[in-house]
Design a protein around this ligand. Structure first.
Ligand code: TYM
Length: 323
């Protein structure tokens, strides 16, 4: 069994990425697992080349700082294999229909009201399918927001195999029970996301403890007289309970029982998040200071990724009539 996980570099990694994804990936890794820093995905909307490079380094360091072992698992940066990923993306774009791409919720949300939309924003779920199918992954752990992209990858794998012959493993998405949908602290009906523009409600992994405390202190919550996990009626309170639950491994429904009031809830969330992120931030900072070691690990991961990707890419090119 091969699990493949990915993190996009359209902005710095945040608490949602960490609790919903990175932390679980690191805990459950097997020698065959693949972890990719999806920097090609970081340029589907206006981007800064300098920051794109910086976020890729940070995300790579985050994976290792969180416990992904680069000697066991395959950990790499997507653009180090840009030719492989771009080539399979083209083949899959010629397997996908315009209607399928246009229906993606993320595309509709991010393109709505914009005058100019990069074509890559429409096609990036196909790039994501290529990321998954190149490595023969059968399980893809993701937060709720990515579910539709995994469904698309499944549909494309099935269609490709049915049309040209069995080349791809059909992947399955795995969504964690707790922490899969951390919301923005300032707007708790919205998912915590890298592209939130102004970010008072987004806690970044590299935020200082003081800044984390300020953001949690200002979190928007409802004062309905009772502290209950009810995402529809009390989205702000429920999000804090979800964060606390995801950090401590207790169900968000139960964790509220020992908490007296909203102030105590915020204090508990701030302390817990600071404690959970501190060691990761410290390890990440150390790694980022050691450029030579980071470069060595990155080259090592890229070589291993290429060994895994090449045979399947060649098989796919061959059956469609290329090469
Ligand atoms: P990205 O970078 O948006 O998110 C990385 C992982 O974090 C999860 N996540 C969240 N979980 C809980 N609460 C949140 N607020 C939250 N926000 C994000 C995501 O579900 C994801 O698991 N397109 C992908 C990156 C990608 C990828 C792949 C993933 C590229 N290729 C191949 C899997 C397989 C993305 O945008 O992730």
């Amino acid at each position: 069994m091969t699990e493949l996980s990915g993190i996009r570099t359209s902005g710095p990694a945040h608490l949602g990425n960490y609790l919903g994804a990175v932390r679980r990936w690191a805990a459950g890794q097997r020698p065959d697992d693949v972890f990719l820093v999806a920097d090609l995905h970081g340029m589907t909307t206006t981007h800064s080349p300098h920051r794109l490079r910086q976020y890729a380094r940070q995300a790579f360091a985050l994976l290792i700082a969180s416990g992904v072992d680069p000697e066991r698992a395959v950990v790499f940066v997507q653009s180090d294999l840009v030719r492989e990923h771009a080539a399979l993306t083209w083949v899959l774009e010629c397997t996908c229909t315009y209607g399928e791409a246009k229906r993606m919720r993320q595309f509709r949300e991010k393109s709505g009201g914009q005058d100019s939309v990069r074509l890559g924003l429409l096609t990036y779920p196909v790039l994501q399918a290529a990321d998954i199918l190149l490595y023969g992954a059968d399980r893809v752990p993701v937060g709720e927001d990515q579910h539709e992209h995994i469904e698309l990858a499944r549909a494309l794998a099935n269609r490709f195999n049915g049309t040209y012959g069995e080349v791809f493993v059909v992947p399955e998405g795995v969504v964690p029970a707790v922490g899969a949908g951390i919301k923005d602290l300032a707007e708790p009906t919205r998912t915590m996301a890298k592209s939130s523009g102004e970010t008072p409600g987004v806690v970044f992994v590299l935020d200082s403890p003081d800044l984390i405390r300020r953001k949690v202190e200002r979190a928007v919550i409802e004062d309905l007289g009772e502290l209950r996990y009810a995402p529809k009626e009390q989205p702000g309170v429920s999000n804090l309970l979800e964060i606390l639950g995801a950090c401590t491994g207790v169900s968000p429904r139960e964790i509220g029982a020992g908490i007296a009031d909203l102030q105590q809830l915020k204090a508990a969330v701030a302390d817990t998040v600071v404690d959970v992120l501190r060691p990761v931030r410290e390890r990440m900072t150390d790694l980022l200071a050691d450029q030579a070691e980071l470069d060595r690990l990155r080259a090592f991961g890229a070589a291993r990724a290429r060994d895994r990707a090449t045979p399947r890419l060649e098989a796919a090119l061959k059956v469609v009539g290329l090469s």
